[in-house]
Design a binder for this molecule. Sequence first.
Ligand code: UT7
Length: 313
Amino acid sequence: MTNFDLEKMVDTSDEWIRTRTGISQRHIVSENEATSDLSTRVAEQLLEKRGISADEIDIIIIATCTPDHFAPSTAALVQNNIGATNAWGFDLSAACSGYLYALETGNKFISSGQYKKVMVIGVDTMSSILDFTDRDVCVLFGDGAGGAILEPTKSEGGIFDSILLMDGSGGDSLIMPGGGSRMPATIETIKSKQHFLKQDGKKIFKYAVKGMAEVSERILDKNNLTGDDISLFIPHQANKRIIDAAAKRCNISENKVLINIDRFGNTTAGTIPIAMNEAVADGRIKNGDTILLAAFGAGFTWGSMLIKWDSIF
Ligand code: UT7
């Protein structure tokens, strides 16, 4: 869906969206396609690439705020779709920070020594909770998914630090009020559009710039690193202006910042794994590289992570 498509739906313009957010287009699922379908395709691609069968997976973690259902979990649907007969798993809800939270969770399961293969997927079908008459929100988001299989390594590589944070006092700033136990669906809640995402864009912008920059600076300082030591900065893709401000504050030069928001929009938990997958595919990430990840989103949730890239591919 391009900005020009949106021009026909709401009072907006390609120029406004590009200059305010950096987005030119986003992907929207087909009719009848949901979060478990996107996740299953990622899971199948991961298994194929790794050359293993689904029964080797120990745990499936699906980071999403747009699950197919409250129950069963999307993880259970994916487990069944791919035939991961030895896996257990769960959905993890942390909005735009979901993939970082899920990577850290998976990392700890691997570090425990008890599990050998943890599949982590970041996915959101944001179009299912967007009001396509609300120009403040609908132009920003897209649907998408990506993921990884985490495994133990004898090398020095892997996730070597993370800082994950939460401040629930910001909860009302980015919220889908209806549909949960607080406001179950009724004719009235549907009529008043409580089942769509609502946001205070200006407030989130301010907190996101500050939060993402501070937590990135903090993890660099903690590890005696500077922006120069980073091979690639892969931030959550919510607004190009937020990314630019965070990168500038951490002294990370522009050519080391991965930006793909122009083609995908904000896919919430999907942004970081999609960007990582692209960076691996086009050779921008190589083994031994030091990668900085950072995200900020609803909750508020935010965080940063350092990875010494160590892939078997
Ligand atoms: O992962 C976290 C998810 N959310 C975010 O990260 C959102 C963070 N916030 C943002 O990215 C920015 O605040 C926005 C992109 C949402 C808005 O950018 P802004 O520079 O803060 O614009 P604004 O809200 O100050 O609006 C400027 C003007 C307003 O008109 P007036 O009052 O100046 O006449 C808006 O009504 O732009 C208007 N506007 C639009 N115009 C065309 C708001 N949305 C649109 C639109 N198209 N889609």
